[in-house]
Design a protein around this ligand. Sequence first.
Ligand SMILES: [Zn+2]
Length: 410
Amino acid sequence: MDAGFAMKKTTLWTDCTLATMQDNGVPYGMIENGNIVLQGSKIMWVGAAKDMPAQYLRDATDFRSAGGRLVTPGLIDCHTHLVYAGDRAKEFEMRLQGASYEDIAKAGGGIVSTVKATRQASADELLEQTQLRLRQLISEGVTTIEVKSGYGLDLETERKCLTVARRLTHDHAVTVRTTFLGAHAVPPELAGDSDGYIDEVIHMLTVLHGEGLVDAVDAFCERIGFSIAQTQRVFEAAKALKLPVKLHAEQLSDSGGAALAAQFGALSCDHLEWLSEAGVKAMAQAGTVAVLLPGAYYFLRETKLPPIDLLRQHGVPIAIATDCNPGSSPCTSLLLMLNMACTFFKLTPEEAFAGVTRNAAKALDLHDRGILAAGMRADIAIWDARTPAQLCYAIGANPLYQSIQNGQTQ
Ligand SMILES: [Zn+2]
């Protein structure tokens, strides 16, 4: 046997109920009585046991049975603000005790309180707090996450947050994609000068990109965030650096952000409750993914639903994410988001599940994961379930049996 080959462990998993999530016309790309062959960090073969070439039986050095369990791609959370310090539980409590937004602002609440706590925390403290949230995501079969900056709003703290995001991969079996969201809010020291802050955002982006900390660029385009013209300036800067863009768009009003993002070939537009048909068409043409965030919809008690039927009609891929953040979605359960995407947004379980696998990979421009197929990365979740619909249906359950990240059993 070839020595180089012998060094790579080949694992044959048998008796799998495979939800490959391949877009092949079969619901969930389902294969009953399936096998999956992993070699090193890659999937070598996947299919019905009866079709498996004999060579894989010969090559296998490690034999495992899934016992008929559901085997899916590892889950992908494609929109999180995971790195922040402190929480806003006090504010939550005050609101429920009858305090007004003004009272809360006076007591130092809101995003400013998170910015303050994040600036004050050391990198190690920030890492520790973030790891708690990350562990919860990973415990539910998540193998890839996106992490946005945006609670620093100055160069030093934005750098600290992105560095912490990169460090998450040192101790945890997870892929992290970083997104620079300097244009999240105007920092308190520049209140009233949002144009001046955008100059600073562009400066920070250039520096942090130079340090290898940025995989994509995002902005909060909204009447309480940044205008279309300001967003466009950030996107022009991203384009000059050849960085892909994403956008928090049409969450609270229809400001035309999605159409602007589509002009820049955005990977995704996220939230989208107020998205117009023109915005849907622009996204469809650009191949932009619609990332829906049911956690924020729920926590803010929104009532306006994203235009799901239009997204379907125009073939816009839909992804689902936690939007984990202290202000509007303190959520670390992607499984709960699957349920809420079905109950609130009336996605079918198949659409919702594609939203945390195949389409979430697309939203992060990752072409080596999100489906089970030969040549893909061996990021796999094995569940005490028989169908993905069971994962969407249950509320507060975690039937993860085992997760495999980059070929390593966790
Ligand atoms: Zn967000």
